[in-house]
Design a protein around this ligand. Sequence first.
Ligand code: MN
Length: 422
Amino acid sequence: MSYSPNHPDLTTWLSIDAGTDFPVQNLPFGIFSTEDRNERPGVAIGQYILDLQLLGEANLLDLEAPYFELETLNTFFSYGRKEITRVRDQISRLLTGDSSKLKDHQDREAFFVLQSDATMHLPFTIGDYTDFYSSEDHARNVGTMFRDPDNALLPNWKHIPVGYHGRASSIVVSGTSIHRPKGQTLPQDASSPVYRPSQLVDFELEMAFVTCGENRLGEPISIDQTEDHIGGIMLFNDLSARDIQKWEYVPLGPFLAKNFGSILSPWVVTLDALEPFRIDSPLQDDPKPLPYLQYQGKGHFDVNLEVAITEESGETTTICQSNFKYMYWNMFQQLAHQTVNGCNVRTGDLYASGTISGPEPTSYGSMLELAWRGSKPIQLNSGNERKFLADGDTCTMRGYAEKDGVRIGFGPCSFTLLPSKS
Ligand code: MN
């Protein structure tokens, strides 16, 4: 029988913590540094990081040196999906003992770094960044709140995966603190705008995929080919200043309300690791999408998502439980649509899902929806309430898929909101 890195019975000879986000079936890629050594690629395994640069230098991988002499994953991912699969397969064999080269290596310990001793960095240099708007419940909630409950979805919504081009420079890795932004807003009942700290800082619970390999300008990626261009998935918090957004978004959409900091989790979980968690997409027959958007097969992923607020006092409350499956448009449809006009994507582009809300009020993926535009404040375990984030709040997103005793986790996507800079 052929070797399967996803098999639920696989175990590693390395002693790893039970319940980890990173069992041997996961093996996500990331970029880390330690006190003694700069940024380099690694793979998360349990509480450790396997140092791919050292692994390459010791010739333990069947790769042409200096394959992992990299400070970002861009070059590696530019080799394409099949190469990512091949490398993950090799790493899996080393960690399960299918190949004894690492297990029996005399300096075996040297290849592993405790995650608690490492600093994580953005996994790649992000090129272009698009944010979609692909959860039907989210779009309906927003449409109901700000327009007409009877016509909550705009006429185009079920025909095109709606999106906008965002800004890449302000995307930061999990663990980065962000100051409350200042900007221009129009206070309620005021006739002219003011410049002041945003009063309505909100999170948006999203997932994002990174592209691997590029298409040429003018040559769309057909929906059948999109699978080969998605390198992996991460958690993403599209931080939003609702008061700035409300004043600026007409007629061209989000601008400064969305580029004061967006948070990305550091580990790129491959589509290969998520293969066992693929599920059917929701029925799309009213209306049927145009042929270039029609997807055959299991295009959605069953990934549990949650958001917690930790107050300055240290008390934590989980305020949202959602799931990546609550999407209308899937990633393959999003990428096919992004390129249908001939737009070229490059390795390291980021495509975020849009806020992921489910059908239940506890599954809404933003505070705007959870507190229903401020009318139903969110109750925290401390007795405090929130309509939006308060200074000192830490907002942590987590995600994991789980089946047959295997948990494929993403690690935290976390940030702390600091007071506005004076
Ligand atoms: Mn968003």
